[in-house]
Design a protein around this ligand. Structure first.
Ligand code: FPP
Length: 240
């Protein structure tokens, strides 16, 4: 087994981490941003090709106004402060999600980071922002339905690869390894289409406490697994 080509992370537990310290939940998000920065650099230096981080879900819009605006400003500040470093590390920055709901200043920071890193050929870093799988799949269905309605697509031709090409992640490969921190064992509307054959790693560590060592543990655990994608292994297969 070789290193995972694509790692996706659900960075969970910021709120609990802060509450355990009698601090506002937003304090956990601030610490969580620093951890994200470290993990991004670490993945880049390890030679991971794709890293997708669940930074803000479609459902996170329902959180208190103050928490939503803090998360938005953290995203903006991260991009302002880090874009030069991303370029230095040869990291290409990308987003998935419904950006139409984002404030203008955050959109501007995203556009700037995308432009600055557009020639980078190293790690492909994707922030899932205002992202939800059900929304993504519904958007894909809508796009294909439009093509059927205008006569450019025969419904009989709709198959997995056509639907896949409408996903925001296209043409990225599916995640090999999905990590979720904080002991929760849910996908929470993250990459549901793309996770069909992903390996899952659940860490008890809260995201603000997550270190490079925890990342190494997750990758080490992944490397010990055998992926069959629904087929048999060579030793199980009588034709071999
Ligand atoms: C889940 O913790 C985390 C989030 C909703 C946001 C994740 C965002 C960051 C780590 C900061 C922004 C990221 C970048 C890369 C700039 P939670 O609040 O649901 O924790 P809880 O389950 O303990 O309440």
């Amino acid at each position: 087994m070789s290193l995972p080509e694509h790692i996706a992370i659900i960075m969970d537990g910021n709120g609990r981490w802060a509450q355990m310290r009698s601090r506002p939940r937003t304090y956990g998000h601030i610490k969580g941003t620093r951890v994200a920065k470290k993990i991004i650099t670490s993945c880049s230096r390890k030679g991971i090709k794709y890293l997708t981080l669940y930074a803000f879900s479609s459902e996170n819009w329902m959180r208190p106004k103050g928490e939503v605006s803090l998360l938005m400003s953290l995203l903006k500040r991260y991009l302002h402060k880090e874009t030069n470093n991303l370029v230095k590390e040869n990291i290409f920055f990308e987003t998935i999600g419904d950006l139409s709901r984002l404030p203008e200043d955050v959109l501007a920071a995203i556009a700037k980071a995308k432009k600055a890193t557009s020639q980078c050929t190293g790690l492909r870093l994707t922030f899932a922002i205002s992202y939800g799988s059900r929304w993504e799949i519904a958007s894909a269905a809508k796009a294909l339905a439009r093509q059927v309605a205008d006569g450019t697509l025969d419904p009989e031709d709709i198959d997995e690869s056509l639907l896949n090409a409408q996903m925001h992640t296209y043409p990225m490969p599916d995640p090999d390894l999905i990590i979720r921190t904080s002991g929760e064992k849910r996908l929470s509307n993250f990459l549901m289409w793309q996770a069909a054959y992903s390996e899952f790693y659940f860490s008890e560590t809260l995201w603000p406490d997550f270190t490079e060592l925890d990342l190494d543990l997750a990758i080490g655990n992944y490397l010990k697994r055998e992926r069959r994608f629904g087929a048999l292994t060579t030793s199980q297969n009588p034709t071999h």
